[in-house]
Structure formats: C-alpha cells, structure tokens
Design a protein around this ligand. Sequence first.
Ligand code: AMP
Length: 387
Amino acid sequence: MTNTDSKLIKPGSTIGILGGGQLGRMIALAGRAMGYRFVTMDPTEDAPCAQTADRQIVASYDDVKAAMQLASHSDVISYEFENVDAQVAEVLESQAYVPQGSRLLRITQNRIREKTAIREIGIPVAPFCVVNSLEDLQAAVRELGLPAVMKTATGGYDGKGQWVLRSEAELTEAYETLAKAGTELIVEQFIPFQLELSVIAARNPAGELAVFPTAENIHKENILHLSIVPARVSDEVKKRAEEIARTIVEKLDVVGLIAVELFLTADDQLYVNELAPRPHNSGHYTMDACVTSQFEQHVRAVCNLPLGSTELLSPVVMVNILGEHLQPVIDRIDKLPPTAKLHLYGKAESKVKRKMGHINVLAPTVEEALAHIEELEIWTHKTEVSS
Ligand code: AMP
C-alpha cells in the first residue's frame, strides 16, 4: 500500500459515487451531515442519490467520458454496486483516488472467483463446480449430489439467474435456460440452512477494522424481507460469524465496507454464500440502532477517518418496503409505533418487488419489534400496487 492510498479526505471535500440508487442516497445523507459534498453518476435523472447529492452526472454506468468527468469533480471515488464496468474502473483508478481499488470488485463480480477466494483463505463455502457444458453439469451433479443450486457466475441478484436442481430430469432444461445468459455457470451443493445471517465490516486505508453485530435475515421470494438484530442464535455463533467477516477483511485487504452473507445449518456450521463490497440492505438496521450507521462508517472508511463505534443501542427489526407495500405504509403511517423509523428512497416509480424504502422498528426485544410489524398487517396480505 502506498502513502497516497491512505490519504485523509477531510470534511468539505467531494465524494464521487458511481451509481445513484438508494445506497448512494444514504451514503450521501450520512456524509453531508459530516460536511462532505457529493457528486453521483447515474443514467436516471433525479435518481435517489441525486436528490441528496450536490450534483448528478446523467450517464450510463459504462460511459468512460462521464466517468472522467466524475473523476474531475471528486477528491475520492466510491461506488454503490459491484458491477462496475472494467474500463470505467480503470479510468477512475488512473484519474482519481479510489481507495477501495478494483481488486475486490473483480472478485465479487464473479461467483466463481468469489467462492475460490473465500475458500483459499480457509473459510467454508458450499462445495461447488464450474460448469461450461451440459456434460460438466452432469458431472457436477454426480460429484455434489442433488439438490444443488445452479447460478450464473455474473449478473444475478435477488435470486435471478438461479435454478434449484432437484432431479436429473431437469438438467437439460436448467442448463439451456441459464446458459442463455452467456456467462459461465456455477453449481453449488444445496446447503440445508436453518437461518441466513450477515455481518458487515469496515476497514480504512490506515488498517483500522470494525465489525457490526450479526443480523438474522429472512427472505421472501429471494428478496430480503426482515433483518433481526440481535440474531436469534447463540453468542458463540455470532462470534464465529463476526470472526469470519474480520478474516475476510484482513485477508482480502478490504477498504470500505463489505457485507458477508452466511448460511447457518442445524449443526451450527457456517458457510459464506456471498460478499458485497458496499453498504448492504441487511445493514440498514444500523441507521437507527447503532452508534454509527453503515453509511457513516463507509464514509469514514473511504475518507480514512477513524472508524465509528458499531455498538448496538437497541434491539431492532428492519422490514423492507417493496412497491406493493408503499401505499399501505403511507395509508397506515399514523399506526406506526413511535419507535419505528421510516426511510423512503425517493424513487419516482413504484413497482412490485422494487425496493422503495424500509422501516427500522426499535423495541426492548426483537419479539416485540416483530409483533409491531405484524400488527400493521402490511406484509401479511398480498396488496396490489396502484402504479
Ligand atoms: P444468492 O443470490 O447466492 O444470494 O442466493 C439467493 C438465495 O438462494 C439465498 O439467499 C438462499 O436462500 C438460496 N441459496 C443460494 N445458494 C444456496 C445453496 N448453495 N444452498 C441453499 N440455498 C441457497
């Protein structure tokens, strides 16, 4: 690491963010409170982050000229998604200061590289095989057994680009369907997990490291629904999950934030499923329940400020507001308990399954927070979206 890699970016400086979605918006909200200025680059006019930044460059994510413009306005650059175009990453790194670098991006952009890197540092992942043909798939299934999960190596999110293989009879159809994406495929052993957990950790260029408390995550149709903190697992499991995140940060030389998603099995084994080198939906609980939010921590980390305390101040449940929940939430806004904190992302169009916001419900126990959410009767019924 060179000296320029650990320079201090002082308040008053401008932070450039590639991507203008809700994660960028919440980074900018936290950073502005600390006196930073923001410029964002996103193809959508008035994107969620643009509403909270000082300036927006309206351009697609792979627009190299626009990336140069972003670089010229920024004292430091970060990103709010991992699928950063390789050429854009190169331009930003050569024309601007990008303390997070592009090595981790390259790893997390591809499930094969990601799982290989995690396995190489001695952390368990589901056993997997790389698949480039139907014959490879058949061999992989012989080796790993069924059920198994086939995924595209790049580009998938929220369960898209995935197929749970349950019988030999579906291999041809599954292969032909996923191969259409034109990327390599990976087949993983199916992990019969009891719970999904995640841990968010941060490191600044000076090498300081901080880990947030483990979250328990409940998904509905592959989209995060609830994050419950403290997670309802033993202290020993939490400690091991947090230790895994710490090891990943140290061994992969992470700067900025990283989210580590894990599976917990009935016999208390932990497997890392996925990494995200940025703030993460399962860390939104930190905004109201921790001394420092994940967004503030991200700003502190990329600016090389001392990291903030990750102490949990209250049990909390985060519930996501998808397009179909937005109107019911607004209709029942007077029913929200006084310890519920509403966050909406300012998206112009509400669509079913689109993440529109979230609520952090604080309570003396997570059971009480879950009961408050249940009482709102918003997430129990299917509600039509009116857009
Ligand atoms: P991913 O896109 O890798 O985060 O996967 C989306 C969801 O699919 C996960 O949250 C799990 O619920 C499920 N899943 C993915 N991989 C596996 C696996 N190897 N075993 C069991 N379930 C999985």
